[in-house]
Ligand binder design. Structure first.
Ligand code: ARG
Length: 455
């Protein structure tokens, strides 16, 4: 492959460690796309003549068909996708094939192909996240005023609405989308024409190739361009945060679908049974979504570790970038689609949610606030009085709203009938009408805002 310089071929182990074709074959379509842009530019600048350009382009288009139809035969001896495609071009069109690599190196070629691939994945991810957000929005709308317990430390804290809980995730996934968008903007520069590391002496037109590949502009430093994998790292960073969000939501689905909570039913389509316990319906999809963060964050740390300490410019270490990114991208895409399916299909159990909201003295804060507002107690005193009332209710085995007025008066004699108004979970959520709060009216406001954004 290397012509004059080498007298023997590589050792089998050398071939095994060096070849990347097993995985970088996925870059085939991007490799053809960037080669077509390159050869067009070589024609436009007069570096190649018209007949060579059209022979090369026709050959590349045929190869793309072979790749798409699965006919293409990959060779390990040819190392990677770039050499495989070039060799195939030579088979097809003969000598002009050798001119395609004018003013280019595999270093700028792989940097360009991989950017195109990652950019495409960002676009796919953006769509997947938007779909999931729509599913959450539908859930929020159908239970906008359903009451459930809100937790801190996974202990009952205050009543909230189902809609509010769903919309919390809409906010999280919206931030993920904006992180991917930022990463896309930053990576949208074209490395092609940086050549091996120093640029080229041929009179190329880098704006031409950048435009053809829909990049914003050419990269401005050839050394940086061939040795930069920030775009892949930013994709993995954003993917990790998104996977972390998915993992938190998945964990809630696992908890909520348990026999102890019974907040939701997951559909059969996203559950499995047990081979020994006939009663079981396991939330496997949620568990696997919860686990995907392991691979995705692993890839993030893996590639970061590969890149640290590499001197400029290209080093072969960088070939280790692809498998990690491919695996993370596939995992994220699958996890987003599975989560969308689960959210779309699940049914929330309104009665159980409300029943749970009424236990655990969830309106204790409302009682304390009432003591401040109506009896003018300092909040710290109100907190103490409420604590005593909660303890009384606990001893009598009832909820706050089920206590007798005279029992409460035994703790603070100024308490009157009026207090019962704030002890119901309905009034509690209705009262939390501050911007971003849990009241159905506020939640509806946010749902409407997001409906407009998502279309
Ligand atoms: N397969 C290589 C990679 O993925 C392509 C670049 C090879 N460049 C080189 N100078 N050996 O990184």
């Amino acid at each position: 492959m290397w012509g004059g310089r080498f007298s023997t071929g590589p050792d089998a182990i050398m071939e095994a460690i060096n070849a990347s074709i097993e995985f970088d074959k996925r870059l085939g379509p991007q490799d053809i796309e960037s080669s077509i842009a390159h050869v067009d530019m070589l024609g436009a600048t007069g570096i190649l003549n018209v007949s060579d350009v059209s022979a090369i382009k026709e050959g590349l288009e045929e190869i793309l068909n072979e790749l798409n139809s699965g006919e293409f035969e990959f060779s390990k001896a040819l190392e990677d996708i770039h050499m495989n495609i070039e060799a195939r071009l030579k088979d097809k069109i003969g000598n002009p094939a050798g001119r395609l690599h004018t003013a280019r190196s595999r270093n700028d070629q792989v940097a360009t192909d991989f950017r195109l691939w990652v950019r495409g994945q960002i676009d796919l991810t953006d769509k997947n996240i938007a779909d999931l957000m729509r599913a959450l929005l539908d859930q929020a709308q159908s239970g906008v005023s359903w009451i459930m317990p809100g937790f801190t430390h996974l202990q009952t804290a205050q009543p909230i609405t189902w809609g509010h809980h769903m919309m919390a995730y809409v906010e999280m996934f919206a931030r993920d989308r904006s992180r991917f968008k930022d990463a896309r903007n930053r990576m949208n520069e074209c490395p092609l024409g940086s050549a091996a590391l120093a640029g080229t002496s041929f009179p190329i037109d880098r704006d031409h190739t950048a435009r053809a590949l829909e990049f914003e502009r050419p990269t401005a430093n050839s050394l940086d361009a061939v040795s930069d994998r920030d775009f892949a790292l930013e994709f993995l960073n954003s993917s990790s945060i998104c996977a972390m969000h998915l993992s938190r939501l998945a964990e809630e689905l696992v908890i909520w679908s348990s026999a102890q909570f019974k907040f939701i039913d997951l559909s059969d389509r996203f559950s499995t049974g047990s081979s020994i316990m006939p009663q079981k319906k396991n939330p496997d999809a949620a568990e696997l979504v919860r686990a995907k963060i392991g691979r995705i964050l692993g890839a993030n740390i893996g590639l970061m570790t590969v890149m640290k300490g590499l001197p400029l410019a290209y080093s072969k270490d960088m070939q280790e970038d692809k498998e990690q990114v491919f695996d993370a991208a596939d995992s994220l895409s699958l996890a987003l689609c599975a989560m969308k399916g689960m959210i779309q299909d699940l049914t929330a159990n309104k009665e159980n949610l409300e029943f749970a909201a009424k236990s655990g003295f969830s309106t204790a804060t409302d009682l304390a606030d009432w003591l401040v507002r109506v009896l003018n107690l300092p909040f710290r005193d109100a907190h103490h009085v409420t604590g005593e009332i909660v303890s009384l209710a606990e001893r009598s085995g009832c909820d706050l709203s089920e206590l007798e007025l005279k029992d409460m008066q035994s703790i603070n004699s100024d308490i009157n009938e009026d207090v019962f108004k704030v002890l119901s979970v309905e009034n509690s959520v209705k009262s939390r009408s501050s911007y971003g709060g849990t009241s159905p009216k506020e939640v509806q406001f946010q749902i409407d805002r997001w409906k407009k954004v998502l279309g």
